[in-house]
Design a protein around this ligand. Structure first.
Ligand SMILES: Nc1nc2c(ncn2[C@@H]2O[C@H](COP(=O)(O)OP(=O)(O)OP(=O)(O)O)[C@@H](O)[C@H]2O)c(=O)[nH]1
Ligand SMILES: [Mg+2]
Length: 286
């Protein structure tokens, strides 16, 4: 079987596990047409996928992926020409990627998975931390009546960096030893698109507007990424918190009531919209 690996990267809480959960539902349920299809099951490797996709069907938010709990999940699929492909993804906690940018450190196991030929980069479209201006912060503090002590210094920490700076750094690390494997394909997934599409921008325009440094880095092509950008709502709206007794949201209830759960998924590419999460995977493997 043709073995392909795709690595899913993204800062903490960027939608990685939710994507895997929705993808596994889509592949196993076969309730909507997909580019890549279910081929065979591999015993023993699906318990994590089954667990997260059951939670997804239930419209419950995924648990944060535990540090040290990264799991390699593989799916045996077949493409449009019926050629079997096995795709292996790691479900890695975003903390591991944060460690790479903040502490310049990466566990050997994660370094290995980062050598995959296709990269899916997740960015939570609604929690992008924009660059801030000191003058604006001071004006805002004054407006709400906070006094700023003169001469007070705030020590710098990489965690304070804007989202786009952290992401460009992460992508540059993938083009540096020991993670570099030459030019690769990159699919940028702007997740929680249901919270961003109210602005009326296409995913590419959203990237330009909210993450201009990242957009410029990609357009400039210095690191030779062949890239695409998608808007992805893997949930279709807000899900309920996982704790028992948590309030049931109207959004989650409406999503649970859909006859065909896969239609919750919305993937917005250039001009078209689909429920088919395998489309970017098929493109990454071309
Ligand atoms: N509204 C909305 N929220 C989403 C969607 N996809 C993910 N989220 C929310 O984004 C948050 C993070 O999702 P996860 O899938 O757990 O993110 P992760 O990248 O696996 O996080 P770590 O495991 O901590 O690295 C959760 O609160 C999700 O409910 C979506 O399509 N719509
Ligand atoms: Mg996770």
């Amino acid at each position: 079987m043709n073995e392909r690996s795709v690595v899913i990267i993204g800062l903490p809480e960027s939608g990685k596990t939710t994507f895997l959960a929705a993808l596994w539902h889509l592949i196993t349920e076969r309730d909507v047409e997909t580019t890549l299809k279910f081929h065979t099951l591999r015993s023993g490797e699906t318990s994590h996928l089954n667990e997260i996709s059951a939670r997804w069907r239930d419209a419950k938010v995924q648990d944060r992926t535990a540090v040290g709990g990264n799991r390699l999940v593989s799916m045996n699929l077949k493409d449009a020409a019926e050629t079997p492909v096995r795709i292996t993804f790691p479900d890695v906690p975003g903390e591991a990627y944060r460690r790479m940018t903040e502490e310049r450190d990466c566990e050997p196991e994660i370094a290995y998975t980062l050598q995959a030929s296709g990269v899916l980069l997740f960015i939570h479209a609604d929690t992008i931390r924009p660059p801030k201006w000191v003058v604006d912060e001071v004006a805002l503090s004054k407006a709400v009546g906070l006094t700023i002590p003169a001469g007070q210094e705030v020590p710098w920490h990489p965690r304070l960096a804007p989202t786009q700076v952290q992401l460009v750094d992460l992508l540059q690390l993938l083009r540096s030893a020991p993670l570099d494997v030459g030019p690769r394909r990159l699919a940028i997934m702007l997740s929680a698109w249901d919270k961003a599409d109210g602005e009326g921008l296409s995913p590419a325009a959203y990237l330009n507007a909210k993450l201009p440094l990242l957009a410029q880095y990609l357009r400039r092509g210095a690191d030779e990424w062949t890239w695409r950008v998608y808007g992805l709502s893997a949930q279709g709206g807000e899900y309920d918190a996982i704790e028992s007794g948590a309030a049931r949201k109207a959004d989650a209830e409406a999503l649970r009531n859909l006859d065909c759960p896969s239609t919750r998924i919305r993937l917005v590419g250039g001009a078209h919209e689909t429920h088919d999460l395998t489309e970017p995977l098929a493109w990454l493997m071309e």
